[in-house]
Ligand binder design. Structure first.
Ligand SMILES: NC(=O)c1ccc[n+]([C@@H]2O[C@H](COP(=O)([O-])OP(=O)(O)OC[C@H]3O[C@@H](n4cnc5c(N)ncnc54)[C@H](O)[C@@H]3O)[C@@H](O)[C@H]2O)c1
Length: 374
């Protein structure tokens, strides 16, 4: 059954969400921008989409779900307005710019039909395949979890964006913006949870026009330990020349290791002591069950937008009463906020910082969300 959706924000992510909504045969009934003109420009080639100036007008269209694609510091207030109206909500990552705000939203997750956060790298076919292999070989104890998430779009000294301003983007930039994607993916694929973090943050240069104090990091280096006894490391940067969007992981065990690179998502490396091999994505032969829309066949590369389409299909399935154990929810958004806080605290104090367990509030929130949807 088709869903009536709204979007707040008219930038990069709003376009990606709009395509994902359309790909599932759903209807984008309204869009709200920072100004009516921006909303009108966004709706110009979308005749069924009403451009509006405020979130209240958007809610007044009574959509089934609203997607929040605005700068991070606006997420809590906008999500609360949507949830107050009993409408489902998809809020871009980071869910909020503080643990307090993320927790306030996660507590209410069960009050609305769906409350999702687009950690969309979970939706690559080979990510699912690696996850399935790890689940089916518990004796291969993964003990070394490492990787990086590197970009270069903020590598120019005069390059700026609202993310550079902590008031709009939050106190952490590189980790809060992209490091959280890697951590979500690692925990989703391996089933491990980070228990302690030690982090150092750094900057490539003094950014032109940027705040000289209270600046946010261009990069971070983390070491961590997990609840399954693994150790690991993560390097995050938004100022590494030539790295467009390189999210890479290697999850290593004594029998088998697994490697994946988001920029080459049709291949994954399975390492063994006797023989290593590359596997290619092939839905017809995959062990992992597909999620979302009809998967694109082998040899027809799946991309970022397709992951987004499948995420939205998963979220709308939940909205229509089919619970999903792969859907990233507000509980996962809260998890990311806890990790971000731990990274900043460790960088400030120079000490290892404990990360709250994923039990407690987050699990209670999931339990109550599932109880509501049954
Ligand atoms: N899940 C992902 O893979 C992914 C990727 C990129 C960005 N994001 C997240 O998406 C969000 C948006 O990022 P972006 O790259 O699209 O930024 P962007 O700057 O391209 O877009 C932000 C939009 O919000 C609008 N806006 C600002 N204030 C507003 C207000 N009060 N009301 C309505 N609209 C307002 C701006 O006009 C702009 O159109 C961020 O939270 C970011 O972290 C997620």
């Amino acid at each position: 059954m088709s869903v009536r959706a709204g979007i707040i924000g008219t930038g990069f992510m709003a376009r990606v969400h709009a395509q994902a909504i359309a790909s599932g045969g759903h209807h984008l009934v309204g869009v709200a921008g920072s100004t009516r003109e921006k909303a009108e420009a966004f709706a110009a080639n979308r005749p069924a989409t009403a451009p509006v100036a405020t979130i209240d007008e958007l809610i007044g269209l009574r959509p089934d779900v609203v997607h929040v694609t605005t700068p991070n510091a606006l997420h809590r207030e906008q999500a609360e307005a949507i949830m107050d109206a009993g409408i489902g909500v998809v809020v871009e990552k980071p869910l909020a710019t503080s643990v307090e705000d993320a927790e306030a939203l996660a507590r209410r997750q069960g009050d609305v039909p769906v409350a999702a956060v687009p950690f969309i790298y979970r939706y690559y076919g080979l990510v699912r395949e690696i996850r399935e292999r790890i689940r089916s070989t518990p004796d291969n104890r993964l003990w070394m979890l490492h990787g990086s998430y590197l970009q270069d779009w903020l590598a120019g000294v005069d390059q700026s964006n609202w993310r550079v301003d902590p008031a709009a983007g939050g106190a952490s930039r590189a980790f809060g913006d992209i490091g959280v994607h890697w951590c979500d993916l690692m925990e989703f694929v391996t089933g491990h949870r980070i228990t302690t973090v030690t982090a150092t943050v750094g900057n490539a240069f003094e950014r032109a026009g940027g705040p000289s104090q209270n600046r946010t990091e261009d990069g971070a280096v983390l070491t961590f330990a997990t609840d399954h006894g693994a150790i690991g490391s993560l390097v995050v940067s938004q100022a590494s020349a030539g790295r467009d969007n390189r999210l890479y992981f290697s999850f290593d065990g004594p029998e088998e290791s697994y490697e994946f690179d988001q920029q080459l998502p049709e291949r994954a490396w399975i390492g063994r002591r006797d023989e290593s091999r590359l596997i290619t994505r092939n839905p017809a032969k995959a062990a992992a069950s597909p999620v979302g829309l009809e998967p694109v066949p082998a040899g027809h590369p799946q991309g970022y937008q397709q992951c987004f389409n499948d995420f939205v299909a998963d979220a709308y399935g939940a909205l229509r009463g089919t619970p999903s154990d792969t859907l990233p929810t507000f509980a996962d958004g809260l998890r990311a906020a806890h990790l971000t806080q731990a990274v900043l605290e460790s960088a400030r104090t120079g000490s290892a910082v404990a990360v709250p367990a994923f039990t407690g509030l987050a699990d209670r929130v999931i339990a109550s969300a599932l109880a509501v949807s049954h």
